[in-house]
Design a protein around this ligand. Structure first.
Ligand code: 1GP
Length: 241
């Protein structure tokens, strides 16, 4: 399915707000998938992201296969590592961690992924990934050994996001980190979205409908939520279509 990115652009031009539910293969047991997807399918979710910081080698592929049995929504890989790339998904966020200076996450992992991607049918979407400080250390920070951008340094965040766009990235993802104490501040979302001509993804620490709406109202085109659904599936009921 090469059309995932173009569909995102089309939806945004039609004024739609997009919601991705993040499923971490490390945390989602296969027997829970069916019930979880049933709730997800009745919600306003538009995309399913699959990925995690630390995942067993085969776990991502089998989870994606299982998820696809239960939904027609696009399944997008949001990989913490090359091992999480599978052709069973529809698209791949080809993430470059531009808030940090670890060469492995700027280009190294990408080179390592090429043999897997050369003949793949995945819609490969170059994505500038910015980790924003949230009040506690997150696993992205630990795994990538990078320092998040300070939340008070708004101009640096805006400029980093814009640099990503100018480098040719097709999406910018502002990440507070999974389970973040504080989501990305609305002021930052506002300034970054005003500067960008490409879609803006926001995720990390969003647990309420109010926070979700605030992110959209500040300019997020697509919001990613994982932990809140993982912890309590009844959150889907608040987000019914
Ligand atoms: C993490 O942005 C995603 O990479 C989602 O974060 O699990 O806190 O919703 P949460």
């Amino acid at each position: 399915m090469k059309a995932v990115y173009n569909n995102i652009l089309r939806s945004i031009s039609e004024g739609k707000q997009l919601l991705a539910v993040l499923i971490d293969p490390d945390k989602m047991k296969p027997e829970r998938v069916s019930g979880f997807m049933q709730k997800l399918n009745c919600s306003v979710a538009t995309h399913i992201f699959v990925g995690g910081s630390t995942v067993d080698d085969e776990a991502t592929e089998s989870l994606v296969i299982e998820i696809k049995k239960h939904t027609r929504l696009p399944v997008v890989l949001f990989p913490g590592d090359v091992t999480q790339i599978t052709n069973e998904a529809h698209a791949l966020l080809f993430l470059s961690l531009i808030s940090g200076t670890n060469p492995d996450y700027l280009i190294g992992k990408h080179v390592a992924a090429v043999s897997k991607l050369k003949h793949s049918e995945l819609d490969i979407i170059p994505t500038g990934y910015l980790l924003i400080e949230n009040g506690k250390q997150t696993s992205v920070e630990k795994v990538t050994k990078t320092t998040p951008l300070p939340r008070q340094n708004v101009q640096q965040i805006v400029d980093t996001a814009k640099a990503g766009e100018l480098l040719g990235m097709k999406l910018i993802y502002l990440e507070a980190g999974s389970g973040a104490l504080h989501p990305v501040p609305t002021e930052i979302i506002k300034f970054v979205s005003q500067e960008l001509n490409i879609p803006l993804i926001v995720g990390g620490g969003i647990r309420t409908k109010k926070q979700l709406d605030e992110a959209y109202n500040s300019g997020a085109n697509l919001v990613v939520i994982g932990t809140a659904f993982e912890d309590d599936e009844s959150f889907f009921d608040e987000l019914k279509t």
